[in-house]
Design a protein around this ligand. Structure first.
Ligand code: SF4
Length: 368
């Protein structure tokens, strides 16, 4: 019983971003909340959501959900939890940009039930933040963290992006050290990918940027692993590390193949053995709901072969791994020999060297 709410609004588009967002100076918070609750009511009538009794995790992602007016966010969470109570200890995460954090906002978020914040830090280098078109400054990150902690939200995750173009001369080691000095509970690491529909994709097409080399990607990923483990973090998923007891429950549900409902523009769901996804554009999604229609763009039941592959892919993402019997013996032997995997009892899990090759290894299984 996991719910994702996609809040699409951003102040501007970051250079690397191709997500389903709507750039708005003024966020139509009230309209968004009404539309999201309309979708929730629709989906709540359908099985299996109709059988849900409590909500174990709620994740407000985006976009930039911290740009929703705090009272609108409070109303959204109040009305959702009035319909479906939060389980004891439920994780309620809000993605936030550092420049949206204020004492008043933190107070409103905490009163609304938010108990975890995922902060989009990305880098501590002003030139890199400017290149990324981020709206926050370097100094706003420690200030935001202090306000969150002082305001009673002490479960904090920080996002960082690595493998930037060499011309930026980004000091990744220093960025990691500055991040660890902020004592977060959780860190998410994203290797930069250049999406054709992002501003960066257009820069690439015009020859204005040279992507990071694979060697740089690997070196920075391994350096992150080294620093995080040395600082006492568990690198528990290919892109995520946590202090003991601070793993992300919502994301962990995805990685274990649990069912979840997503509402909001572009949100994905996995329910009853089928994936579905919503209309991506804010206006189209809102209009569909206003007209009493279904905002889903499409749905796809997963075949047995797709489910097998998905379970292999998800299992290999985490330190939990998967039963060795689910993989061809010759594949396991090759991975063990190369140092890409290790055997823990009857399970196989990838090493950090294996995670560097995750997609290729899964593609190899698919072709076997
Ligand atoms: S804040 Fe996040 S969702 Fe919004 S444009 Fe930047 S990367 Fe994309």
């Amino acid at each position: 019983m996991h719910l994702y709410v996609h809040v699409p609004f951003c102040a501007r588009r970051c250079s690397y971003c191709d997500f389903a967002i709507a750039v708005r100076r003024e966020v139509p918070s009230g309209r968004f909340v009404e539309a999201a609750l309309t979708e929730w009511t629709q989906r709540r009538r359908e099985s299996p959501v109709s059988e849900w009794t409590t909500l174990h995790t709620l994740y407000l992602g985006g976009g930039t959900p911290s740009r929703l007016a705090p009272d609108a966010l409070g109303e959204l969470l109040d009305r959702l939890s009035a319909d479906l109570p939060l389980a004891a200890g439920a994780e309620v995460t809000l993605e936030a940009n550092p420049d949206d954090v204020s004492e008043a906002a933190v107070d409103a978020w905490r009163r609304a039930g938010v108990n975890r914040v995922s902060l989009g830090v990305q880098s501590h280098d002003p030139a890199v933040l400017a290149w990324m078109h981020r709206t926050h400054s370097v100094d706003q990150v420690p200030a935001a963290i202090a306000m969150l902690r002082d305001g009673g939200i002490d479960n904090l995750s920080l996002d960082l992006i690595f493998a930037l173009p060499a011309e930026l001369e980004r000091d990744w080691t220093a960025d990691l050290e500055r991040t660890l000095a902020l004592a977060p509970d959780h860190i998410s690491l994203y290797g930069l990918t250049i999406e054709p529909a992002s501003p960066l994709g257009r820069w690439l097409a015009r020859g204005e940027v040279v992507p990071s080399s694979d060697d740089r990607y690997a070196a920075e990923y391994l350096e992150a692993h080294r620093q995080l483990v040395a600082a006492g973090f568990e690198h528990y998923e290919v892109s995520n590390a946590a202090r003991p007891g601070r793993r992300a429950s919502h994301n962990s549900a995805y990685w274990t193949g649990a069912e979840f409902l997503g509402i909001g523009p572009g949100a994905h769901s996995f329910l009853g053995g089928a994936r579905s996804w919503n209309l991506r554009e804010w206006a189209a999604w809102e209009r569909a709901l206003a007209e009493g229609g279904d905002p889903r763009e499409s749905a796809e039941p997963l075949s047995a072969a797709q489910r097998r592959l998905e379970s292999i892919y998800l299992g290999l993402r985490t330190t939990g791994g998967l039963p060795g019997a689910e993989l061809p013996e010759s594949t396991v032997a090759t991975w063990l020999e190369a140092g890409w995997a290790e055997r823990i009892g009857d399970r196989i899990r990838l090493t950090v060297e294996g995670w560097l090759r995750l997609d290729a290894l899964v593609a190899g299984v698919e072709g076997s």
